[in-house]
Design a protein around this ligand. Structure first.
Ligand SMILES: Cc1ncc(COP(=O)(O)O)c(C=O)c1O
Length: 416
C-alpha cells in the first residue's frame, strides 16, 4: 500500500485520495488544559428533566455539592457557587472583600494572576504588579519587598495563582502565607486554584488562604459554566466593609434563607446535577489518589518531552523541576519550528487536540493538558500521537518520548 496516486489498492485509499484522518475515527481527545474531558457518568447525570427550584431534591443536590466542595478546598469556611466561568469567580472574589481604590498586589507568573489583576483594575482597584518570568514561579523576594515597603498597609489583598495554565508553573502557596506572616502584613491572601483544585493539594484552612477561586471545567471534570469562591472568617469580615459588592455576586444575599438565593436566581440545575456526580467521583477516588494519579501522569509527560528534546528540539517551559505543574505541561519548541504543524497533524490525523501556547509564549510551542478525568491510556495515547506526528513531519527528535514515559510510569508504579 505505497500508493501516492489517489488510487484505491487492496481496498485502501492511496495517499493522494485520503492522506489525512486515517486513524482519527473513534473518540476525540481534548488534551487542552481546560475545558477537559467530561466523564460519561457526569454527562448522563445532566441528562434529565428540569425540576422545581424552591423545594425537593435540588435542595439536597446543593447541600451535597457545598459539603463536597468544602472537602475539596479543605475548608470549614463558606463556599459560594456561581453560574459563571473563572472570570466571573475572579470578579466575585474581589467585589466581595474590597472597595473602590483599594490596592492589590498581583504576583505574575505567567498570564492568569495578571489578568485577574487587570479585571480588578476595571472594577476600580489599584493593581501593583510584581513582575515575574514566564518560566518561573512568582518572584517571592520582590513580593516580600513590596509588602515590607507598604508601611501603611495600603495593600489590601495579595493575588496569585496556584498553577498558571499558560506557563505551567506551580506557585508555593504556603510560602506566600509565610511572606505575609513574616512581614506582619494584614493583606488578604487570595488564590486562584482554577487549574489546580482536584489535581494537587490545596489546604485552604491550614495555609490560611482567605479567599480561593476555582472553576468547574478543569480538575473538577465538569463542563465550563460553574465557578466557586471559598472564604474564611477573615474574608467574611472584610466583606462587611467592601463597597464593590453587587447583587449577583454578593455573599450576604447568597447567605439568605431561600434556596434560590444561593444562586441569586434560577439555579443552573443541570450543571448542579453534573457537579454532584463529578464531586462524588472525585471523593470516591480519594483526593490523595487523584493527586497521585496527576503526579504520575505528569511525570510521564515530562519524561517524554525531555526525551524528545534531548537534541534541543523542544524543552519544558518551567526550569525548576519542583515548580512544574501536575495538571498542564507547557512545551517550548526550538526557534523556527512551527507548532501549528504539530498541532494540526495531531488534530486532523489522530483526533487529539493539543493546547496552543498563549500570552508571551504565543506561537512558541504547545501545551498538554493532563488534568481531571485522565488515565494512563489517555495520556500515553496523546504522547504516542505526538511522537507519530514527529515522525510524520520528519522532525528529528533525540529519543523516544513514548519509551521514556512508559519506563517512567512503569518504574514509578512498581516502586509504590
Ligand atoms: C489559572 C486560571 N485562572 C483563570 C482562568 C480563567 O477562567 P475562565 O476562562 O473560565 O474565565 C483560567 C482559564 O484557563 C485559568 O487557567
Amino acid at each position: 500500500m505505497n500508493s501516492t496516486d489517489g488510487v484505491v489498492r487492496n481496498g485502501l485509499p492511496g495517499r493522494g485520495l485520503v492522506s489525512q484522518g486515517l486513524v482519527s475515527q473513534g473518540r476525540d481527545f481534548l488534551a487542552i488544559p481546560g475545558p477537559t474531558v467530561v466523564p460519561d457518568q457526569v454527562l448522563s447525570a445532566m441528562h434529565r428533566p428540569a425540576i422545581d427550584i424552591y423545594t425537593g431534591s435540588l435542595v439536597a443536590v446543593t447541600d451535597s455539592c457545598l459539603a463536597a466542595l468544602k472537602s475539596v478546598f479543605k475548608t470549614g469556611g463558606d463556599v459560594y457557587m456561581y453560574a459563571a466561568n473563572g472570570h466571573g469567580a475572579w470578579e466575585a472574589a474581589l467585589s466581595n472583600v474590597l472597595s473602590r481604590g483599594d490596592e492589590i498586589l498581583v504576583l505574575q507568573s505567567g498570564l492568569f494572576a495578571t489578568t485577574w489583576g487587570e479585571s480588578g483594575a476595571l472594577q476600580g482597584l489599584r493593581a501593583q504588579v510584581v513582575a515575574g518570568d514566564w518560566n518561573q514561579p512568582v518572584n517571592y523576594e520582590k513580593a516580600e519587598e513590596a509588602l515590607r515597603s507598604d508601611k501603611n498597609h495600603n495593600i489590601k489583598a495579595l493575588l496569585a495563582v496556584q498553577i498558571d495554565t499558560a506557563s505551567g508553573v506551580v506557585n508555593d502557596v504556603p510560602r506566600l502565607r509565610r511572606l505575609l506572616d513574616d512581614t506582619n502584613h494584614p493583606a488578604l491572601l487570595m488564590i486562584d486554584c482554577i487549574a489546580s483544585l482536584g489535581t494537587m493539594p490545596f489546604l485552604m484552612d491550614e495555609w490560611r488562604v482567605d479567599v480561593a477561586v476555582a472553576g468547574s471545567q478543569k480538575g473538577l471534570m465538569m463542563p465550563p459554566g460553574l465557578s466557586f469562591v471559598a472564604t474564611n472568617a477573615k474574608g467574611k469580615a472584610a466583606h462587611q466593609n467592601a463597597n464593590l459588592r453587587t447583587h449577583y455576586w454578593d455573599w450576604t444575599f447568597r447567605d439568605g434563607p431561600e434556596h434560590y438565593m444561593k444562586y441569586c436566581g434560577t439555579p443552573p440545575e443541570h450543571l448542579m446535577f453534573g457537579l454532584k456526580c463529578a464531586l462524588d467521583m472525585l471523593l470516591e477516588e480519594g483526593l490523595d489518589a487523584a493527586f497521585m494519579r496527576h503526579q504520575l501522569l505528569a511525570d510521564a509527560v515530562r519524561s517524554a518531552v525531555s526525551a524528545w528534546g534531548g537534541n534541543g528540539l523542544m524543552s519544558l517551559n518551567i526550569q525548576d523541576p519542583s515548580a512544574r505543574a501536575n495538571s498542564v505541561t507547557t512545551v517550548v519548541l526550538a526557534d523556527g519550528m512551527a507548532p501549528e504543524v504539530l498541532l494540526d497533524w495531531c488534530e486532523v490525523n489522530a483526533a487529539v487536540k493539543l493546547g496552543i501556547t498563549i500570552g508571551d509564549l504565543h506561537g512558541k510551542g504547545f501545551r498538554i493538558g493532563h488534568m481531571g478525568y485522565v488515565n494512563a491510556p489517555m495520556i500515553l495515547g496523546v504522547l504516542g500521537v505526538i511522537e507519530s506526528a514527529l515522525y510524520a513531519n520528519d522532525w528529528e527528535f533525540a529519543s523516544s518520548g513514548v519509551a521514556a514515559a512508559t519506563e517512567q510510569l512503569g518504574s514509578a508504579l512498581k516502586s509504590i
